[in-house]
Ligand binder design. Structure first.
Ligand code: DDQ
Ligand code: CA
Length: 285
């Protein structure tokens, strides 16, 4: 090759690789043919959970106490039902409820997310949200989401992602009045995935449990594509079969995903479930 042609070829290669690096692409893993990866699970540990809690939002946290040189693993949880909704902090190991703040009876609690020292709770069939101090669960503010119905909420520490039972995820910015920043339709094989409920941001992905199913979708936040399905089948039935004390209400659907980033643990529970499970997932296809 003549030297000038060679230089042109190298330049072309350079332009091509820079362009490829800049081109929009989603970083989320999926099977090479674009199909979602399927995952099964096994239970690693189980923890007591208030069987009268209609769990709507679940977050893992570590709480350190000033006077005692001690830190405890806790769940921050939002519960639903009119007249029974609250936000609570409970100890992971014992289920002990350390603090709770009830929600007025006109609201039905839904998802919960922590950002810094604040907890953000959204509500069912309303745009209304409430802000609490994570220290003592005192109510310190309120907000309105751009959605008429609140189901799930999660954050990576910046924006919030919220669901409303449709197939759309909406990113909102708490620093600019909860205005919509971005909306994405969640799809699997091109078809919309409806009834996205409780959410968790797990290592840059959005995980959503799909209402009335035993399935958790791993969603690529950029494209909305479901890159994996975590199949939790059998967990609810096995727990129900143990007939644990249930506080007079029978177990409802799987709901509640919490991620412990420091120890990479995944926790799941459900509405009126007497246990929270730590689960490990394994790819099956
Ligand atoms: N959601 O959590 C799936 C978003 C809503 C659950 C609603 C369950 C309704 C129970 C009965 C409500 C009585 C007005
Ligand atoms: Ca969650």
């Amino acid at each position: 090759m003549a030297p000038s042609a060679k230089r042109l070829w190298l330049l072309w290669l350079l332009i091509g690789s820079v362009w490829a690096g800049k081109a929009p692409r989603d970083h989320c893993l999926a099977l090479p043919d674009g199909k979602p990866q399927l995952y099964t699970f096994h239970v690693v540990a189980e923890f007591p959970h208030d069987p009268t809690a209609f769990t709507q939002g679940l977050v893992f946290d570590t709480r350190c106490y000033e006077n005692q040189k001690e830190c405890k693993e806790v769940f921050l949880e939002s519960t639903g039902m009119y007249g029974k909704s609250d936000v609570r902090i409970s100890h992971v190991d014992s289920g002990l409820i350390e603090a709770r703040t009830p929600l007025d009876a006109q609201w039905f609690g839904e998802g919960l997310a922590r950002r810094g020292d604040l907890l953000y709770q959204i509500t069912w069939q309303k745009p209304d949200g409430f802000v609490y101090s994570v220290r003592d669960l005192s109510r310190v503010g309120s907000f309105k989401t751009p959605l008429a119905d609140g189901w799930g909420i999660a954050t990576d520490g910046g924006l919030f992602v919220i669901s409303d039972g449709s197939s759309t995820l909406t990113w909102v910015d708490p620093d600019s009045g909860f205005k919509t920043v971005r909306r994405v339709e969640v799809t699997d094989g091109g078809r919309p995935v409806h009834w996205l409920n409780e959410l968790e941001v797990v290592r840059g992905e959005v995980w959503a449990n799909v209402w009335q199913t035993d399935c958790i979708a791993r969603i690529c936040p950029e494209s909305g594509r479901v890159t994996g399905w975590v199949l939790m089948h059998g967990l609810r039935a096995a727990l129900a079969a143990r007939s644990l004390p249930n506080g007079g209400v029978s177990m409802d659907v799987l709901n509640g995903i919490a991620w412990d980033e420091s120890r990479r643990r995944l926790f799941v529970t459900g509405k009126y479930w007497p246990r929270v499970f730590e689960v490990a997932i394994e790819a099956v296809n």
